[in-house]
Design a protein. Structure first.
Length: 445
């Protein structure tokens, strides 16, 4: 998830920006005065001096631009007192330059804000793509290894993921001694690890004391070349079979793998000190990487959504995690996301929900509530969708239902209620949504 930015100063206004805003016009005034005092205080055909605050305003925005213009005006006024009395101080040219700087600063601030929004939007989509890529990767590994390991391994990769999800639910996403020991047991059974330790994170650093171990219990050697390489590359590092047999192995570990969530958060480190040589093959190591990456992602998500899930246990975990991300994105840069609450007659609910699920877009998330006696309910989360995009989505649904069911949304008795994530606490948003108190823009299909 994207961390909220600090609002003390815009991102572009740094100490260097403040310094440059003062230095540029000062240097311009000094050069102008050295060449000809008329260039500093006299009217010119082309106001060269105003290029300095103009460039500052375009680069850093309105605030630094005004600072630079103030330095230029004050400097030219002071130069007038020490320079030969060539002519009166040019009020109108200075006013024209100030107005030009204001326009350029306003444009610069607007463009900087637009770039910032685009950057955060791209970062959000990048996180989602990373999560989808990992899910696809896990699925591919699961199918490949299931076919090859039905005899030699007691469980499938899918069974491992189900167990890990249940384990994280019990421990609320925490990597503690019990959950770490359970994870090591899974890795030992599935990936043939004989001796390994799992280390947690304390104050953003790897704690050298293990949370859990299989085999001898060792304090982590952070200076070990394999551990150092894995932490530096944020990826698993290991020696191949040929390197173990031919080269002098300076590391006491066979494999070192950090537990990173999809947003880059470091949750722990797995250090394997002993495993069979035949287990150091690509497919087994890929399965190990898939297991620890899945565990890290699920732990990161559960930890941020566990309070919400404790109070609303029926809420899907993915839905809870995503609404937390989008709420923070709304607070940070004002990017809007939409929630829809759909009510349909109970006799048509299955068909309608099926068709809506068939048209699911890549980022959308659905939460089907328990059906009442007369109506079925579905909550749709449409990330980064404005009211215009939502109306387009409903229009496509209306067209689809007319083709497949012979009637539009309104004729089928459907009713949508709109609402935008407004920066409130996600818990209060979902509670109000369930109680029909949150939605603020009724819309009949």
């Amino acid at each position: 998830m994207i961390s909220p930015p600090r609002f003390a100063l815009p991102r572009s206004v740094t100490r260097w920006a403040v310094l440059e805003a003062a230095v540029f016009p000062t240097v311009a005034l000094a050069l102008a005065y050295a060449l000809n005092p008329r260039l500093a205080i006299g009217p010119q055909v082309i106001p060269w001096l105003w290029l300095a605050p103009l460039l500052v305003a375009l680069r850093y925005g309105l605030g630094p631009g005004l600072e630079s213009a103030a330095v230029l005006i004050l400097g030219s006024f002071l130069i007038r007192d020490v320079a030969p009395k060539i002519e009166p101080w040019p009020i109108l040219p200075m006013l024209a330059g100030l107005l030009t700087t204001l326009f350029a600063g306003q444009y610069g601030s607007w463009w900087i804000d637009r770039l910032r929004r685009s950057e955060l939007r791209s970062e959000y989509f990048g996180e989602r793509i990373e999560a989808i890529t990992r899910a696809f990767y896990v699925t591919r590994i699961s199918h490949d290894l299931l076919e090859q390991s039905l005899i030699t391994r007691p469980t499938s990769l899918r069974t491992v993921f189900v167990f890990l999800r249940k384990l994280l639910n019990e421990h609320e996403g925490r990597l503690d001694n019990r959950s770490a020991q359970a994870l090591l047991q899974v890795l030992a059974n599935y990936c043939r690890i004989e001796a390994a330790s799992l280390y947690g994170v304390r104050h953003s650093e790897i704690d050298p004391q293990p949370l859990a171990s299989i085999g001898p219990d060792h304090t982590l050697d952070l200076s070990d070349p394999l551990v150092h390489q894995s932490l530096e590359d944020s990826a698993a590092a290991y020696y191949g079979v040929d390197e173990l047999l031919i080269k002098n192995n300076e590391s006491r570990y066979r494999l070192s793998a950090p537990l990173h969530a999809s947003d880059g958060t470091l949750l722990g480190l797995l250090a394997v000190s002993d495993m069979p040589l035949l287990a150091l093959e690509e497919e087994n190591l890929l399965a190990l990487a898939a297991i620890i990456e899945y565990y890290a992602d699920e732990a990161w998500a559960r930890r941020r959504a566990n309070d919400l899930l404790r109070q609303i246990p029926d809420c899907p975990p993915n839905f809870a995690c995503e609404i937390i991300k989008l709420t923070r994105l709304r607070v940070a840069v004002g990017l809007r996301s939409t929630l829809l609450r759909l009510r349909v007659p109970i006799d048509r609910a299955e068909d309608i929900f099926k068709y809506i699920n068939d048209t699911r877009r890549g980022l959308d998330l659905y939460w089907r509530l328990s059906d009442s006696q007369d109506y079925g309910w579905l909550i749709l989360l449409l990330p980064l969708s404005t009211r215009t995009a939502t109306d387009g989505y409903l229009s496509r649904l209306d067209t689809l239902f007319e083709k497949r069911l012979g009637a539009g949304l309104q004729a089928l008795g459907c009713r949508f209620e709109h609402g935008e994530l407004n920066g409130d606490d996600p818990m209060s948003i979902i509670q109000a949504l369930l109680n029909s108190e949150w939605v603020n823009v009724p819309h009949a299909g």
